[in-house]
Design a protein. Structure first.
Length: 343
């Protein structure tokens, strides 16, 4: 069993995909995830549960969502960890309106890091798995101080992406463009150890993940697709399906990477204004990169997620990802409905 560091060095020798700065970046993020795992694991004993801010003024993030204490703590851990190494030009986070510059006291590097520091944070107070999601882009060499525009690169431009899921075990899943690989935190050693190389998502599945309580808000092709799954052996799909919904994207995606499935957060009449629920730059894009590297597919229901041209840093998109054949069926239903002018 090899450590994350040995794996990254071997990736550089084999594919030339992980130069020294990118290796430092990934190791720094992994170390930050270890610290977040410790904070999350303390639960009520660490005084870190509940909302951030004061009793009469709960702090709200740029998304207009109430911030949990662990959202703020996780964000700070990632910012501090990435400040001094000289590998980054700037960071961007779900928790911050604008890109965060590297302090002038430290040298700047050639990469941009985007992250959702604690995804699924509404689950923290009920002790359900949460996670950290990150995406790495190349910085614009011509600009000393990156601006928001420098971050607005399509998902195909990512040089690395990963997530850490804080579950019964803490696991890091990573891609640098040559497969998706899983590492499990050995808490005695304090190291992430490679426990699954080249994850593969089965092309077919009998398991779907969606928040069914939103059904009445969905578009027609979404209702058609899900109703056919629910009809099971008596319906056009001719087989029964099972459902899971953790409401932590990291946990749902990790299950799909492990045993297949389709994860869906569609656009609906509630989220049409914002373009969907999940964020493109630091949720959909990194997860889409990982899923495609594991042989799955990732679509907005109408186009490949990785080819969406970002317009805003906190842009939202609909997400269909996982077992390739199911993503293709759901996407085809949306195309057919669009062509018929029937939504
Ligand atoms: P929070 O971080 O606010 O808990 O949102 C988590 C999330 O962005 C994603 O991880 C889940 O899949 C999705 O939202 C759950 O959304 P619903 O609460 O609407 O089911």
């Amino acid at each position: 069993m090899i450590s994350l560091t040995q794996f990254l060095i071997e990736e550089q020798r084999t594919h030339g995909a992980v130069n020294a700065d990118l290796r430092l970046l990934i190791e720094v993020v992994a170390r930050a995830c270890k610290r977040i795992s410790i904070a999350v694991g303390k639960g009520a004993l660490g005084g870190v549960l509940g909302e951030a801010g004061t009793a009469d003024s709960i702090s709200v993030n740029v998304q207009g969502e109430a911030q949990k204490k662990l959202d703020v703590i996780s964000n700070e851990i990632l910012l501090e960890a990435n400040a001094w190494g000289g590998h980054l030009a700037a960071c961007a986070s779900e928790e911050m309106q604008d890109p965060h510059p590297i302090p002038d006291a430290y040298p700047k590097g050639n990469y941009l890091l985007l992250f959702d520091p604690l995804d699924g944070s509404s689950n923290i107070d009920v002790n359900i798995s949460v996670g950290t999601i990150f995406s790495v882009l190349r910085a614009n060499d011509d600009r000393a101080e990156p601006n928001t525009q420098d971050f607005l690169q399509p998902g195909t431009s990512q040089v690395a992406a990963g997530y850490c899921v804080y579950g019964p075990s803490t696991m890091l899943v990573l891609t640098t463009g040559h497969g998706a690989h899983a590492f499990t935190l050995d808490r005695e050693l304090g190291s992430f150890m490679l426990t699954a190389r080249n994850l593969r998502i089965p092309q077919d599945t009998r398991e779907f993940a969606i928040n069914m309580s939103n059904r009445r808000f969905w578009e027609a092709p979404m209702r058609r697709y899900i109703d056919e799954l629910l009809a099971g052996t008596e319906g056009p799909r001719g087989k029964d399906f099972n459902m899971r919904w953790v409401a932590s994207m990291v946990a749902d995606v990790h299950r799909i990477l492990t045993r297949g499935g389709i994860f869906i957060y569609p656009i609906d009449s509630k989220t049409r204004e914002q373009g969907g629920k999940l964020r493109l730059m630091y949720e959909a894009n990194p997860m889409a990169f990982i899923v495609e590297q594991a042989g799955g597919a990732a679509s907005t229901g109408r186009e490949r997620i990785l080819e969406v041209t970002p317009q805003k840093l906190h842009q939202r998109v609909p997400v269909f990802l996982g077992s390739k054949n199911e993503v293709e069926i759901a996407t085809q239903y949306h195309h057919a409905a669009d062509e018929a002018g029937f939504i």
